[in-house]
Design a protein around this ligand. Structure first.
Ligand code: NAP
Length: 473
């Protein structure tokens, strides 16, 4: 069985202990990943700091060339990297190929955007003074990413940081670290200077503490659960370390009686079922206007029942396994809880009788407000559906959560679209759109879904300091 090395200061280094990586489609260990302790992470940060001086001095154009070369290496290995993502994460191959394609797009987009880290010149208020604003790279970045889009969510941090002139020490999730090693191979093949990108794995608590405590690490960017985000905020207090936090969601999806119902059903399928429901922006609660409730449910349930569940390489498969046994148990418990509280189970609700951690695509109707699946993240292909009578009631229910990452609404009424855009408490709102993510628009949440934004110009700015130069001349 292959043991993957880590990528440390320009070299691929095997180290012990190695941890198992499991294929969620059969529960079998198929590879191992090297790990390091906290002292070695401190060394990686020191090496990154040593690389910072040279990297920041390159022109943004030259840094962009490196990003483009990495993108091209990744593109050339797309099939192989996609298979690796599918094996470590379980997602259907077509979705892994899409993840690689989006990662390539993030790299090429930030290769250009790095050239637009503009400062500005401000008309002075005092005679004989000039006021200038400079944008400078923040320094070494500690990046922590999750397993659900293991490559894409890592690239979403690495690409803008590198474009801004910052070296990165990346820590992927223990369940799915291998595609990040493949990404490091692409960076290495692209000739990236040593220390500019490093990949570490190991005890996450220790690595997080080192990122937050080490004065040479100037910024921590994290994607993961709100629970861990809270831990990082507490740890950042001592060093006042800047944090970007992309945390959990509990997205509402609203369908109004004036919507194109076919579009709404397709949008709901995409927003709910993509990545087997294991997405931070997954529609977690579906609210449907009473006049179209029964028609929507009939069409939606028919589509959900037709979903093909299977192992990533099976032709036409749309739903893979959940990431591990705990995720499967969580989904089963949520379905049982909803039914016990009076919800109607329209399809699914059980595990699929085969090896691995497969859960049946599930629709629950009339789910009461106190059901656990309406209160927190489901992270499974399970859709709780509820009806509403007025726009105000829909918005009130949609906002009744501590999270605020994404929201969706389907309507043909342009006035309502603007009202919803203003009133829904979410960082991203898809209007007649079940997948609002794109390299050139900001991604992130309000309320307990996080701090800051990734992607777009905001994603670059997250790795830049703003300096005022006051010049008397
Ligand atoms: P998680 O348990 O919070 O883990 C995320 C990452 O944090 C992993 O690399 C994990 O490492 C690490 N980690 C865990 N405990 C840590 C600690 N004490 N200090 C430092 N790092 C620590 O989340 P997950 O289960 O992987 O991912 C699912 C969650 O991420 C969901 O809540 C989802 O909504 C959220 N998410 C948010 C976004 C967004 O953009 N807002 C995107 C995707 C996912 P180990 O795995 O090695 O322990």
């Amino acid at each position: 069985m292959q043991t993957y090395p880590l990528y440390l200061n320009g070299q691929f280094v095997p180290s012990e202990p190695a941890w198992n990586v499991t294929n969620p489609a059969d529960g079998e260990v198929f590879a191992r990943i090297s790990t390091v302790n906290r002292a070695r992470v401190a060394q990686a940060i020191a090496d990154a700091h040593a690389a910072f001086a040279g990297w920041r001095q390159l022109t943004a154009k030259a840094r962009g060339e490196f990003l483009r070369r990495i993108a091209s290496e990744l593109e050339n290995r797309r099939e192989e990297v996609a298979r690796l993502i599918s094996r470590e994460n379980g997602k259907p191959l077509a979705q892994s190929l899409a993840e690689v394609a989006i990662s390539v797009d993030h790299l090429t987009w930030f290769a250009e955007e790095g050239r637009r880290a503009y400062g500005r010149i401000i008309p002075p208020q005092a005679e004989g003074k000039r006021n200038l604003v400079l944008k400078t790279p923040i320094g070494v970045v500690g990046a922590i990413s999750p397993w659900n889009f293991p490559l894409m969510l890592s690239v979403r941090k690495v690409a803008p940081a590198l474009a801004a002139g910052c070296p990165v020490v990346l820590k992927p999730a223990r369940q799915a670290p291998l595609s990040c090693i493949a990404f490091a191979e692409c960076a290495h093949a692209a000739g990236l200077p040593k220390g500019v990108l490093q990949v570490v794995c190991g005890p996450s608590g220790e690595i997080g503490e080192e990122f937050l405590g080490n004065p040479l690490c100037r910024k921590v960017t994290f994607t993961g659960s709100t629970e861990v985000g809270r831990i990082l905020i507490r740890q950042a207090a001592d060093t006042i370390k800047p944090l970007s936090l992309e945390l959990g969601g509990n997205a509402p999806l609203l369908v109004f009686d004036d919507a194109d119902l076919d579009l709404a059903v397709e949008g709901a399928m995409l927003a709910k079922m993509r990545n087997t429901g294991q997405s931070c922006i997954a529609a977690n609660r579906l609210f449907v206007h009473r006049p179209v409730y029964d028609r929507f449910l009939a069409a939606f349930v028919a589509r959900v029942k037709a979903l093909k569940v299977g192992e990533y390489s099976e032709p036409g498969v749309e739903i893979g396994p959940l990431i591990d046994r705990a995720a499967l148990d969580h989904a089963l418990a949520l379905a049982q809880d909803a039914v016990q509280r009076g919800a109607r189970l329209l399809c699914g609700g059980h595990r699929v009788e085969r090896k691995g951690f497969f859960f049946e695509p599930t629709v629950l109707a009339d789910v009461p407000a106190d059901a656990l699946c309406r209160r927190g993240e489901i992270f499974a292909p399970m859709a709780p559906v509820v009806t509403f009578d007025t726009e105000a009631e829909a918005v009130q229910m949609a906002n009744d959560t501590v999270h605020g990452l994404s929201a969706y609404a389907f309507t043909r009424d342009i006035g309502r679209m603007f009202r919803l855009g203003e009133n829904l408490e979410a960082g991203m709102i898809g209007l007649n759109d079940g997948l609002p993510t794109t390299s050139n628009a900001p991604f992130g949440g309000v309320k307990q879904s996080g701090w800051g934004r990734e992607l777009a110009s905001e994603g670059l700015d997250a790795f830049l300091e703003t300096k005022h130069l006051s010049v008397r001349c």
